[in-house]
Design a protein around this ligand. Structure first.
Ligand code: IPE
Ligand code: IPE
Ligand code: MG
Length: 274
């Protein structure tokens, strides 16, 4: 068997003691089950259920969004510590503009507040912020906060924290098609030059690996226009927790589940495949 003599490396052995302090005993137990080679390179999350979390507590939906930010901070921290390459989070879809104006406004303000409060710590942790989505359509305050965040962290080499913001999979694919069509029209390429590799260069996620693992919280089992092109071979998990309740341990459990799955990519046994 190819590479049969290589011992899988336990992730927990590679994590500095001071980073381990971020985990409870139970979380450390989960952590100790993870292998470096079996971690997903790219985790993508549909953070769903903020509104229901709040409604269950007779609170306004916005309280759920605020609590959702806390879950996001936990997840970013874990991903940075354990060495995930890319974390994509679905923060605002192209369809979320259909919500009441004040909720949209609140979400945008919350984004600005999050970036303003967290950017220093993200930067210190070597996190590189990236945006997938059309930020031109955001209000100037939100757009400026986003641009500042991108600029400040652009040279960081750790976790790529990709925020899907005003993102829609169809919108992304249509934009890419327009860009490719322009190249053909200008005579830069011929129709026969168009293939998947070329097409992908025009997606918001150009240069990133496809998501290995997609998690949706809240129990809804749908994709809501997320990463339609990129998820061709992603492992998908629908988790019955509302996003604000999603903790470090839930991410670690998802990673344990992921490393037990056998991915085949259309072949027979990917691990032994040529
Ligand atoms: C996800 O929570 C956050 C965003 C879409 C911005 P929701 O706001 O969709 O919460 P539910 O699905 O109504 O509970
Ligand atoms: C998907 O959640 C978008 C985000 C999490 C940002 P939605 O709550 O908007 O999805 P639907 O409308 O239930 O499909
Ligand atoms: Mg929802």
């Amino acid at each position: 068997m190819l590479g049969g003599t290589i011992m899988p490396q336990l992730l927990v052995n590679e994590i500095p003691e001071k980073d381990l302090e971020a985990f409870s005993d139970l979380e450390r137990q989960y952590l100790s089950k993870l292998y470096i080679e079996k971690l997903p390179r790219h985790v993508a999350i549909i953070m769903d259920g903020n509104g229901r979390w709040a409604e269950k507590r007779m609170l306004p939906r916005n309280a759920g969004h605020r609590q959702g930010v806390e879950a996001l901070k936990r997840v970013v921290k874990v991903c940075a510590i354990i060495g995930i390459e890319v974390l994509t989070v679905y923060a605002f879809s192209t369809e979320n503009w259909r919500r009441p104006k004040r909720e949209v406004r609140f979400l945008m303000d919350l984004l600005v507040e999050y970036l303003e409060k967290e950017i220093v710590s993200l930067d210190e942790n070597n996190v590189k912020v990236k945006i997938s989505g059309n930020i031109e359509a955001l209000n100037p305050t939100a757009r400026d906060a986003v641009i500042k965040g991108l600029e400040k962290t652009k040279d960081n080499t750790g976790l790529i924290f990709n925020v899907a913001l005003n993102y829609g999979g169809r919108d992304e694919i249509v934009r890419a098609a327009q860009s490719v069509a322009r190249l053909v029209k200008n005579g830069d390429i011929s129709v026969e030059d168009i293939d998947a590799a070329l097409f992908e260069k025009f997606l918001f996620t150009a240069g990133l690996p496809d998501p290995d693992l997609i998690i949706r919280t809240s129990g809804e089992q749908r994709l809501s226009n997320f990463l339609l092109w990129q998820m061709a071979y992603s492992e998908i998990m629908f988790i019955n927790l509302l996003w604000p309740d999603f903790g470090k341990k839930d991410l670690l459990l998802a990673l344990i589940d992921f490393q037990q799955r056998q991915r085949r990519f259309g072949a027979l046994n990917h691990k032994d495949g040529e």
